[in-house]
Structures are given as structure tokens and as C-alpha cells.
Design a protein around this ligand. Sequence first.
Ligand SMILES: [Zn+2]
Length: 251
Amino acid sequence: MDDKNENEQQLDVLAVFSHPDDAELSVAGTLLKLKSLGYSTGVCDMTRGEMGTRGTPELRADEALAAAKLLGLDARINLEQPDGHIWLTDESRTALVRVIRKHKPKILLTTHWDDPHPDHAETCRIVRDAARLATMKRYDFEAGLEAVKMPAIAHSLFTRLVVPSFIIDVSDFVEEKMNAIRAHASQFYSAKSDEPETRISEKNFLRQIEDRMRYFGSLIGVDAGEPFYVREALNVADPVDLLTRPMNIYS
Ligand SMILES: [Zn+2]
């Protein structure tokens, strides 16, 4: 794995989230599953998390690399946007266009635009803009990177107000996901820590994350799941194959 932006490995799937632990909390099960299926995966963190109440940017970078190893990521990129001040600007979207053109992901995973954290909602907008702009030959022409086919975008869901387009069965990856989250040790509960308490460092936060995976799993009749929303209509090649997979009729 290479954590430098110069690494230009083609990635099948790239997860773009705001803070160094967001991808783990949201889509780690999916990234682990994709890896087990033979796909190349990467995470792009928009910021170094320097606004965080706990930990330092240096410590958080080490934790992000430790988590990347647990997830088997092929790349972990950091765009070094200002934490707490992520904005859709020419600079931020061009930075992401360059990442997309270098790594040519087929699919982007990100947050949903209705996320209550301003950084998360804005990251989602930057991803949508950059994915489209990356296809335009003359956009950022001077960087010398080739335009790409627009990647598909799947939005990881947290809000109960959006109905998932699909749920990925991640039953086999619950423990590995929770370990990748715990690699961000400065952020979560530890009896030994004397850092100030935050919402996510409360003792029951990680249990709630696991409860959510169990809930979304129950909607498709499996042990654990991660929900996604796709804005575009899904193009189904084989409706029999799709619709005869086990479902939960009470979902
Ligand atoms: Zn975040």
C-alpha cells in the first residue's frame, strides 16, 4: 500500500469521506467484502482531522495507516482540506478530480448530502461535482491528466429519512470492521484515556455502530449489512437473479 498521492494505481472502488475515521465507521464492511472478492480498494480522507477534540493530526495519520492495513487498502490518500471548513471550491473539487483521474475508480463511496455534519454534506457535494468534472477533457487541462469515464456514486446512509437503494451483506466482516474502527484509538472509548469525552468516545458508541449494522442486516435477513443510496436509476440486467435473492418481506 502506498499512502502518497503520487501512487497512481487503478482502484476499482474509492471511498471519499471527511475525517480519518469516517470511512471505517461507514463502509469498512463493504471495503473488506470488496477486497475479499478481489477488487482493489482505496480511501481518500478529505482532512487530517485536526479539529478533533481528541488526538493530534500526526497520531491520527498513524491510526489511519494502521486501519488501512487492517482493511487491506491499496491506497490511502489525504487531501489535507481544512477540517471543519470543507467547502465546495474550485480548489477542493480540482484536487479530487486529480485523484479520480489518477486512480480511475469505477465506483465512489461517500456520504449522503443530507448528513447533519457540514463537512460530510459538503464532501458529498465535492464528490458529485468532481466525478462529473473528471469526465470533461478541458477541465484542469494544465495538470496533464486524462479525462475518465464517470464513476458510479453510492452514498452511505446514516439518516433514517432516506430509504436505502440496496444493502450489502457484510455479515462475515463485522469483527474486522470493528477492529479497523478501533485502530483509531485516540477517538474512541478507552478506560485509560484522560482526553475530553466526545459523542463518539462514549462507551456505548461502538456498540451502537454495530447495532446499526445488525439492524440493516435484519432488513435483508442476514447478520449485518451496510446501506447505500444511489441517486440514479439502477440498470438491472437480470431481474430474476436480482429479485430471487433472499429478502425480508417485513423490511
Ligand atoms: Zn466525520
